[in-house]
Design a protein. Structure first.
Length: 433
């Protein structure tokens, strides 16, 4: 086995593989020999990997030519993509945790693996330690998956959790997540939702037997979530979570059936099981026609949890080397189109700072009616300034029923333009009953 990368995940893979060498031999039916570990720079302290220092090399291209199984935990697009293709050319099976690469170049990699008849496994790429991709790809192969909904990014869940529970600032919480090994090399990928979007693309591809790339996913990160949003959520008995939502959408007279794949922050009621997902944990609901609802929960990031998923794949690929055969390849036969975000049916929470005068409610309600958005609840309260003097201002808090996202967005724009509306203080989608 060749290991590409020896950072948070790679060092845990090397250490656990070495510590449990006898068990791996028994499970696979042959010993696993680590033939080398490729890194960017030599001379760093690699003691966490617990392996012979002679194994380290900066020549990854040469290393992949002398292994039966290549584990890629470098991250990013290049040189990870070229190294994986080179490993396939030399007949090696590949295990990767690289969701960014799979979401961008998945079809190319599946085809290359297929062409030479070798394995490509990537359980660690979504939701860290949680066995999720194999259940979707294999256990649910006899069912019809309708929806996948969950928290798939540990860093943002950690940040939002800290903002809720300790009142920590955004930057401070991101630094903590980086120190704990949860964040990507560039944490922008986490906080801007790119990492969750890549994972949503992988989940949707597997769940709906279609090709979904990261660019097909509607994406909003958590950088715009303010302390005021967090407080507004709490006042509503909700918490803010970054959610990945993949769903089958039936045809309407205006558009064909397809899939909606989106990542954005949302308020969910504290009674919802996802609200209790704390720190860097992940949780994913899968809804299938016959199975009903399934929930997967566990550690979504960090060295050892991710290495657990990587090593599970190593055992599967190595077994195939010993016994013959290979795991399932890509299944994209359904070829469903990805629909526009505007067509997704969502619910909105909207908080407005309005002039407290007659006719305000009617003006606001008219905009909702004009855009065919139905209101679920409205709450109005007078606003006081810092000296607790009651001004001629009020806060209107509105929660809508589900409506097309485009109609909800247009409603917010129209509300902002009303003369009675001083400010749209907070807008967030709402998920969960
Ligand atoms: N951290 C986590 O919790 C999880 C991470 N992942 C994924 O796992 C992968 C690895 O993540 P992580 O371990 O956190 O990343 P790190 O940044 O901690 O480690 C990356 C490793 O790759 C090496 N590397 C970088 N560029 C090259 C190169 N050109 N040639 C050879 N080696 C190179 C680095 O070398 P050097 O040490 O010399 O810098 C380092 O050892 C990523 O795809 C990530 O998305 C998936 C699930 C969870
Ligand atoms: N940066 C990612 C790591 C695991 O995929 C996350 O925070 O979830």
């Amino acid at each position: 086995m060749a290991l590409l990368g020896c950072g948070v995940v790679g060092s845990a893979v090397a250490r656990l593989l070495t510590e449990q060498a006898d068990d791996f031999e028994a499970r696979i039916g042959a010993p696993v020999e680590l033939v080398g570990i490729a890194v960017r720079r030599l001379g760093r302290d690699r003691s966490a990997a617990g392996v012979d220092p002679e194994l380290f090399t900066t020549d990854a291209e040469e290393l992949v030519t002398r292994a039966d199984v290549v584990v890629e935990v470098i991250g990013g697009i290049e040189p990870a993509r070229s190294l994986i293709l080179r490993a396939f050319e030399h007949g090696a099976g590949v295990v990767t945790a690289n969701k960014a690469l799979l979401a961008e170049s998945g079809p190319e990699l599946y085809a290359a693996a297929e062409a030479v008849g070798v394995d490509l496994y990537y359980e660690a790429s979504v939701a860290g330690a949680i066995p999720l991709l194999r259940p979707l790809r294999e256990s649910l192969a006899g069912d019809d998956v309708r929806k996948v909904l969950g928290i798939v990014n540990g860093t943002t869940n950690y940040v939002l959790d800290k903002m809720h529970t300790t009142g920590a600032g955004f930057g401070e919480a991101v630094e903590q997540a980086q120190a704990l090994g949860y964040a990507e090399a560039d944490p922008t990928a986490d906080v801007e939702g790119f990492d969750a979007a890549a994972k949503a693309a992988i989940l949707a591809s597997l769940a709906f037997h279609s090709r979904v790339s990261g660019n097909d996913v509607y994406r909003e990160g958590i950088t715009e979530v303010t302390a005021a949003d967090v407080q507004a959520a709490e006042a509503m008995g909700c918490v803010v979570k970054l959610l990945a939502i993949c769903e089958r959408v039936e045809a309407t007279p205006e558009r064909p059936s397809g899939i909606s794949v989106r990542v954005h922050p949302a308020m969910i009621p504290t009674s919802h099981p996802l609200a209790g997902v704390r720190e860097a944990f992940n949780a994913v609901f899968v809804e299938a026609r016959s199975a009903g609802e399934l929930m997967f929960y566990g550690r979504g990031a960090g060295g050892d949890p991710t290495a657990s998923a990587v090593l599970g794949d190593v055992v599967a690929v190595a077994r195939h080397r010993v016994l013959g055969g290979r795991g399932p390849g890509e299944s994209a036969y359904a070829d469903l189109p990805t629909l526009d975000m505007g067509d997704a049916r969502t619910r909105y929470f909207i908080s407005l700072d309005v002039a407290d005068e007659p006719g305000v409610l009617a003006a606001v309600a008219t905009e909702f009616a004009r855009h065919q958005v139905s209101i679920e609840t409205v709450r109005q309260q007078q606003l006081a300034d810092e000296d607790h003097d009651v001004e001629e201002r009020a806060e209107l808090v509105i929660v809508t029923h589900a409506a097309p996202d485009a109609a909800l967005g247009a409603t917010v724009e129209a509300l902002a333009a009303l003369p009675q509306v001083r400010e749209v203080s907070s807008v967030m989608r709402v998920e969960g009953e």
